[in-house]
Design a protein around this ligand. Structure first.
Ligand SMILES: [Zn+2]
Length: 206
């Protein structure tokens, strides 16, 4: 890790010294990306962005919970609120990915009933995909297939997009045309980004 840091410090950082000096004054990213914590789905790498360009939240399965005011630590909601209301991003991209462990667990309910700290936190988090998972389970006779897993991964992106729409501040900006919500999906093996068509909800290579 430290060797990597030294390469960055002597390479990327040194090359973009002026940009970093500007960024020290503040940030004004135009896009927020919600991605999975999976080590293979790194937004700044996939979109080849510069420092300060994208505001990123990563969590298990790239999920956005619905607007909720129940007690709890609403990390995603806090980041959304900050990006939308204070930074004024013009776009929110939800990027799912292939071979997602969180989506696999949602489809197979493999963590159901686990204690917190032994899979329970994951189970509780991905339970927001239960309805979508039920649909995939009823559509595919064999949920072990790659097709079923893929359907679950795309469904998860749609759930997050739907949940984004439950936030009043997001609804308002989308209605005014100052904020766009986009779905995307990154296949791991062949490294292809798929983008969701707003009207059909279908994904196709960018
Ligand atoms: Zn994942």
């Amino acid at each position: 890790m430290i060797e990597g840091y030294r390469r960055f410090r002597n390479g990327g950082w040194a090359l973009q010294r002026e940009r970093w000096a500007q960024l020290a004054e503040g940030q004004s990213p135009r896009v927020m990306v919600i991605a999975c914590s999976d080590s293979r789905s790194e937004p700044s790498q996939i979109f080849d962005t510069n420092p300060g360009e994208i505001f990123v939240v990563r969590n298990v399965a790239a999920l956005v919970p619905p607007f909720e005011t129940t007690p709890g630590r609403h990390g995603v909601s806090a980041a959304l609120e900050f990006a939308v209301q204070f930074l004024g991003v013009g776009e929110i991209v939800v990027m799912g990915h292939g071979l997602c462990g969180g989506c696999h667990a949602a489809l197979h309910r493999s963590m159901a009933g686990a204690e917190p700290g032994r899979g329970g936190f994951v189970a509780d988090w991905i339970a927001m995909l239960d309805e979508a998972s039920d649909k995939v389970r009823s559509t595919y006779a064999d949920i072990e297939t790659r097709e079923a897993a893929h359907a679950m991964e795309l469904a998860a992106v749609r759930v997050s997009l739907d949940n984004l729409g439950t936030f009043p501040c997001i609804q308002e900006k989308v209605r005014r045309g100052t904020l766009k919500l986009r779905g995307a999906f990154f296949t791991i093996g062949d490294g292809v980004l798929h983008v969701m068509d707003e009207t059909t909800g279908e994904f196709s290579p960018a």
